[in-house]
Design a protein around this ligand. Structure first.
Ligand SMILES: [Zn+2]
Length: 296
């Protein structure tokens, strides 16, 4: 699109020039904005028409004003499938975001697609719908987490090295394939740009090796400590949900300090909050104010 454009609020106006035979000089349409974000400058606008889906998409490349951030807080995020994000905060809180709905959505559309010819029109349309639904849910979860971070004065988020995730998965090929398709990269990118908007640095350089099987209390490395239903239980007495244990280990590795270990060597119980994802956003835990405890 060579013509000029103008963005006012949520209204975009394209100038088409004066040479069109039909006499149309401009077209206007509305776009959905991310609420509460001020654009410094709109750098570029591109409009594409997808013949398969019949959709017109407008993409804006914008420069935004990052909000000032005077916080000093830190968070480590363990990315997974059933629990898509286990987030350990430096105040000893751990937030768990369930990945069950995304799993169900993916499974559902995979089943629908299985009966269709690959790359056919209908197959592509369904793949597009699945992608949009998964993205919608990823947006809900990442926006919720970033809002929590802002509230808690977080300045830095550490996540595992994504290349490491793939290498460390040594299950069968089928499961491997499924996990590879799990949108970790997309999730990480959303955290990065949403974090940048509020002045939070998101780094993805933490080596995750063994963080899921290491005891956070005594540092013993034992895969057998991972029990049924995601419980991590060590002979030293430490018991925690496996994702909570993993997130605390990633925190310690990223920041060289544990959010729950005192100077006396005593390990405190983290305050765990479990969030479910719904189509209309992140559902608050049923028992508000009463945290589920990680340890027995
Ligand atoms: Zn232990």
């Amino acid at each position: 699109m060579q013509s000029g454009f103008k963005v006012e609020g949520d209204k975009v106006t394209l100038s088409l020039g004066t040479s069109r035979e039909d006499g149309v000089k401009q077209v206007s349409f509305r776009i959905s904005h991310r609420p509460g974000i001020k654009y410094k400058r709109v750098r570029d606008l591109s409009i594409t028409y997808d013949k398969v889906s019949g959709r017109i998409e407008a993409r804006l490349v914008v420069e935004v004003e990052a909000r000032e951030n005077n916080g000093a807080g830190k968070v480590a995020v363990d990315l997974g499938e059933t629990v898509m994000m286990a987030c350990a905060f430096d105040d000893g809180t751990v937030l768990l975001y369930s990945g069950r709905l995304i799993k169900a959505v993916r499974r559902y559309w995979q089943k629908v697609r299985a009966n269709l010819k690959q790359n056919s029109r209908r197959w592509k349309r369904i793949a597009h719908r699945e992608k949009k639904q998964v993205e919608h849910l990823l947006h809900a979860a990442t926006s919720h987490l970033i809002a929590e971070c802002v509230q808690k004065g977080v300045k830095e988020i550490a996540i595992g090295n994504l290349n490491g995730i793939r290498e460390s998965i040594a299950y069968g090929d089928r499961l491997n394939q499924r996990l590879h398709a799990w949108p970790y990269r997309k999730l990480a990118n959303m955290l990065k740009y949403k974090g940048a908007l509020v002045g939070i640095l998101v780094r993805d350089d933490v080596d995750e090796e063994n963080t899921s099987i290491t005891c956070h209390a005594c540092a013993q490395v034992a895969a057998s400590n991972r029990r049924h239903r995601g419980l991590y239980a060590c002979s030293c007495g430490w018991r925690a949900q496996a994702d909570v244990n993993g997130a605390l280990n990633i925190f310690e590795r990223a920041f060289q300090v544990s959010p729950v270990k005192g100077s006396s060597g005593r390990v405190a119980r983290p305050a765990v909050v479990s969030y479910r994802l719904g189509w209309h956003g992140v559902a608050e835990p049923k028992r508000k104010g009463k945290f589920l405890r990680a340890s027995a």
